[in-house]
Design a protein around this ligand. Structure first.
Ligand code: FAD
Length: 434
């Protein structure tokens, strides 16, 4: 490929903070919030126009799993407390996400805690001093700028900063690097809830007049779409649809993402036709919105001081250096060749001994200081990742990393050398304990 040499230039340093958080999804928001509440000066940088990541810009239906998450509980309580006239008398499921309320609540909570927020800003590079990350190069309408930080928390989902810093990684499955399919979520209105079906998993087999809905989806929907996943939203008559599907997309490639945005959006009219024809209660449904960006399930897996495995999850290992606790979910590997579940059916054989912990070492990138991984980009195997990628678990990891980074700044040590016993004491006071 032809290349150009970019000229060196001086960058304005717009902030010097204790903790810079790259990415404002569930992990990044939790990291920023709890770091600020622990007394750190924190800046959060997010390339979308709002916070929440897949929970908002990805139009996600609900916070999944039986994980106990103080962050999720606080955000959901605040969202549910905002009742608007049209909702009076309608009781949404506690875990369903109201995207618009969550956008407001996240801004409010983080600003109240003192977090400096920058939206529409891409974290473009890591500022490196040898093997230590000292800050971020950012790019926005304001141009190219720098933020210096004692600790950078990479909560970009894809681990963009860790990749720039040279932390070794592989993508997707161990054997061939293939990654889970991507989905553009969308929302429909006009559904008759008194008759509607809500198949919430690939195994939800629902008989409708023309046959079984998953079987109909597989034969009629445009491939590689083919499964039927429909979730009640927080508004009466509205349903969040998780049915577009595209395989073999690399979420770290702008070209692949563009292709995915186009192909998955083009699946929506056929999905609407399918719902009108085969799904009771959906005869008059109409499209109201689609997610701002395609949802990416899996990309880079970094080499950390420890790599979480599926066995650790099944055995509910209680690591001494825990940074997230009370995590619980099934393995959730989608079919890499089409619709539905992975052929190995990892989740059919799931029987965990209890709730699991995630060790701090999974957040410590091998060979690089000044940087923590938080969210779906921590160090773990493809199979383990299919479990810890759900939002409440990502939020708990962010929560723990935020507190660790704040304490590291207060005690004048690197995040790697923070006193974990003190971190645990703080986390226990905030509802995260073994
Ligand atoms: C289609 C789909 C369905 C899912 N269903 C569920 C579900 O029902 N329930 C559930 O709990 N989980 C679900 N998940 C999983 C879950 O949503 C994600 O794994 C989780 O959101 C990861 O959290 P995160 O904070 O690590 O990353 P993200 O939520 O991806 O947030 C990362 C944030 O970083 C920002 N960012 C990225 N790169 C940069 C950069 N270079 N500079 C600045 N900002 C950047 C992004 O804009 C984003 O806001 C689903 C995921 C997908 C894709």
């Amino acid at each position: 490929m032809k290349t150009l040499l970019e000229a060196a230039r001086e960058l304005p340093v717009i902030q010097e903070v204790d903790v810079a958080v790259a990415g404002g999804g569930p992990a990044g928001c939790a990291a920023a919030l709890y770091a600020a509440r622990a007394g750190a000066k924190v800046m959060l940088l997010e390339y979308s126009a709002c916070l929440g990541g897949v929970a908002t810009t990805g139009m996600m239906s609900h916070w999944t799993g039986a994980t106990e998450s103080p962050f999720v509980t606080e955000m959901q309580d605040a969202c549910h407390a905002l009742v608007w006239p049209v909702e009076r008398g309608y009781q949404p499921d506690y875990h369903s996400i109201n995207h618009e309320k969550l956008k407001l609540v996240l801004f409010d909570k983080l600003l109240e805690a003192g977090v400096i927020i920058r939206t529409r800003t891409v974290c473009a590079d890591a500022i490196l001093d040898g093997h230590t990350v000292r800050g971020l190069v950012i790019e926005s309408k304001s141009g190219r700028e720098a933020v210096l930080a004692r600790t950078v928390i990479d909560a970009t989902g894809d681990g963009d900063i860790a990749a720039h810093a040279g932390v070794p990684f592989r993508k997707g499955r161990d054997e061939d690097g293939r990654m889970q399919p991507v989905t553009t979520m969308f929302k429909i209105d006009g559904v008759d809830f008194s008759r509607a079906i809500f198949p919430g998993s690939f195994e939800s087999l629902v008989q409708v007049p023309a046959g079984e809905i998953q079987a109909l989806g597989k034969s009629i929907l445009p491939k590689p779409a083919g499964h039927v996943l429909l979730y009640r939203s927080t508004q009466p008559g509205q349903v969040v649809v998780n049915m577009t599907n595209l395989t073999d997309v690399d979420g770290t490639s702008a070209d692949d993402l563009t292709r995915a945005e186009i192909v998955t959006r083009r699946q929506i009219p056929a999905i609407m036709d399918f719902l009108h024809q085969y799904a009771p209660g959906y005869e008059n449904a109409y499209l109201v919105a689609s997610a701002e960006m395609v949802g990416v399930r899996e990309t880079r897996h970094f080499q950390g001081e420890y790599t979480l495995t599926a066995d650790d999850i099944v055995n509910a290992v209680q690591f001494d250096d825990w940074i997230a606790t009370k995590c619980f979910f099934n393995f959730d590997i989608h079919n890499l060749d089409g619709a539905g579940l992975d052929k190995n059916g990892a989740q059919h054989h799931f029987s965990a001994k209890g709730k699991y912990t995630i060790p701090y070492r999974c957040c410590l990138p091998a060979g690089t200081d000044g940087l923590l991984l938080a969210g779906r980009d921590i160090s773990g195997t493809h199979k383990a990742h299919s479990n810890y990628r759900v939002m409440p678990i990502c939020a708990n990891v962010g929560h723990g990393c935020g507190v660790a980074a704040a304490l590291a700044a207060q005690t004048g040590v690197t995040a790697r050398n923070v006193d974990l016993a003190r971190v645990h004491t703080l986390l226990e006071q905030q509802g995260m304990s073994l």
